[in-house]
Design a binder for this molecule. Structure first.
Ligand SMILES: Cc1cc2nc3c(=O)[nH]c(=O)nc-3n(C[C@H](O)[C@H](O)[C@H](O)COP(=O)(O)OP(=O)(O)OC[C@H]3O[C@@H](n4cnc5c(N)ncnc54)[C@H](O)[C@@H]3O)c2cc1C
Length: 508
């Protein structure tokens, strides 16, 4: 079979691979993208899991997508539309109280005052500092040579600290502390008192997709609409986007990456190869061992990527009826991120339980419902409750995963939610359960790690994988490179910029 020839070949059709392909095609380079699965999007995917429903299978909210990418690729012309989630968070308590926070300072003050007057000013000061840090991070996300060491000492010290320490500096109400600290724990195999979780928190304040530093929102049509829009832009610029095409091997010729060997036996030759598969897949599986620089091989082997997040998608026949804010008719809190996070101690126990028992017996939960603001995603009157739960490690401390664990954990999560909204168990019509081993099998995330590896100091900035791999012609363009995970597009854009530059000056 004759090899096809392209200027650029991209491995993996997650949103970062798509961004890379779109930029390369836009630069006039003949570009092909090949995705292993039959669907594109990777972890940024909507699927009709149940009849009449469109489910954001993995990621569900958006903040970090780089506005420059949205503008450069004219994503709104391809159907991308994000809107702010407001209120932002709702945290019910078992005693019937609750905390609802959103965009309005006066509403927030009223909510916080009901717990502790002093925290009104504290929350304000926290938000100012978190958005300042988020803004600093955003400004460094496109850096070709990212350097954590370039931050001033005080900033580095804060980011190397724990999420708990950070929030406790500003506020004292346990439910407020826990609500704010959860941003430091998402996807992370660490408790709220672990060093570096303040960085994860700040990372979640880095986004500007909604036009407000640190604000989060939904994408109309679900997260798959992000990938579909980028793919649309890539195709419009002439890129070929092919799904159902697993790459078996990246082959070198004369020391440089020269072609992709596909499972069907065919070969794609390219001047530049950009890989958005995670670093472990790339360096431990797709390349021959002797082709990988030893330091990179060791880094991939030792990479920390023990995913702890369990995704439970539920179809509900009615909205949750929270004891703290009763009613099944839509109310503002139904549009917010619904947290089960009553205190830092609760979150710490959720983590330490997993160390001693294998899984959290009382998990931290983050739940989202887009259907109140985008009813097109479900049949009339029905809703999707998307639950993100921790800690359920891929490598358990007690024993390996058993297939019946999924249902037991889903039941545990539902029982936890039922303490706050007792109608949920009876409202469930369908459920999709994704434990870390399922995220690995389905989406191809080794260890089921949602960010292609921890986003803690030691694995960020100069310590993440370099986009230039040290193998001529081979670039990393996925979340394994700076600035790491989340739906941001930065890794894809950075790698495309480097490859386009190298091709232009004839380095390749
Ligand atoms: C459950 C979950 C919830 C999340 N929630 C959010 C959220 O709400 N907001 C947010 O911003 N982020 C969230 N994230 C993180 C975010 O989704 C990811 O960081 C991001 O989507 C990763 O994008 P990527 O393009 O770098 O990689 P991926 O999306 O992982 O794409 C890599 C692609 O490469 C393909 N591939 C791998 N090997 C091969 C091969 N040999 N041949 C061809 N193709 C291959 C894979 O199939 C995959 O499609 C979540 C992630 C998960 C899993």
């Amino acid at each position: 079979m004759a090899a096809e020839r392209f200027a650029v070949a991209v491995v993996g059709g997650g949103h970062n691979g798509l961004v890379a392909a779109a930029y390369c095609a836009r630069a006039g380079l003949r570009t092909v993208l090949v995705e292993r699965r039959d669907v594109i999007g990777g972890a940024t995917l909507s699927q009709p899991i149940w009849p009449g429903y469109t489910v954001s299978v993995a990621s569900y909210v958006c903040s970090l997508l780089d506005p420059r990418i949205v503008a450069d690729l004219d994503l709104p012309a391809f159907g991308y539309q994000a809107y702010r989630k407001d209120p932002a968070s709702f945290t019910p308590l078992a005693d019937g109280r609750s905390l609802l926070l959103g965009a309005d300072d006066q509403d927030n003050a009223r909510e916080v005052r009901a717990f502790d007057e002093r925290d009104v000013a504290g929350l304000h000061a926290f938000e100012a500092e978190a958005t300042r840090l988020g803004s600093l991070l955003f400004e460094s996300f496109a850096d070709p040579e990212p350097s954590f060491a370039a931050f001033d000492d005080a900033t580095q010290a804060t980011l190397r600290g724990s999420a708990a320490e950070f929030v406790e500096r500003y506020v004292r109400t346990p439910v407020l502390q826990a609500t704010l600290a959860t941003d430091g724990l998402i996807g992370t195999n660490a408790g709220p008192r672990a060093p570096g979780t303040a960085y994860v928190l700040a990372h979640h304040y880095a986004g500007r997709a909604l036009g407000v530093q640190g604000a989060w929102g939904f994408v109309r049509g679900g997260m798959g609409a992000v990938s579909a829009a980028i793919a649309g832009a890539a195709r419009a610029h002439g890129a070929e986007v092919r799904a159902g095409v697993p790459v078996e091997r990246i082959a070198l010729r004369d020391g440089r990456a020269s072609c992709l060997e596909l499972r069907d036996g065919s070969v794609i030759e390219a001047d530049a190869i950009l890989v958005s598969a995670d670093p472990q897949t790339t360096f431990l599986r797709l390349l021959e061992r002797d082709a990988v620089p030893p330091a990179l091989y060791a880094k991939a082997r030792d990479w920390s990527a023990n995913g702890v997040s369990f995704k439970l998608n539920l179809a509900l026949g009615e909205l949750p009826n929270f004891s703290a804010r009763p009613g099944t008719l839509e109310q503002p809190h139904h549009r917010a991120t619904i947290h089960v996070a009553p205190s830092i101690d609760y979150l710490q126990t959720a983590y330490s339980d997993a160390q001693t028992q294998g899984i959290s017996r009382e998990p931290m939960l983050e739940c989202f419902m887009q259907t109140p603001t985008d009813p097109s995603l479900a049949p009339s009157g029905k809703h999707i409750l998307s639950v993100f739960a921790q800690y359920f490690p891929y490598t358990r401390s007690d024993r390996p995963w058993h297939s019946e664990d999924r249902a037991a954990i889903a039941d545990l999560i539902v029982a936890t939610l039922a303490r706050y909204a007792p109608n949920i168990p009876g409202a469930i019509e369908h459920r999709q359960m994704l434990a870390p081993p399922d995220l690995e099998a389905l989406i191809g995330l080794p260890g089921g790690h949602i960010f292609h590896g921890e986003l803690l100091p030691g694995q960020i900035y100069e310590d993440r994988f370099p986009l230039r791999t040290g193998i001529d012609g081979l670039y990393l363009c996925g979340s394994g490179t700076h600035p790491g995970g989340c739906v941001s597009g930065f890794p894809g854009r950075r790698a495309a910029t480097a490859a386009i530059g190298d091709l232009a000056v004839g380095v390749l």
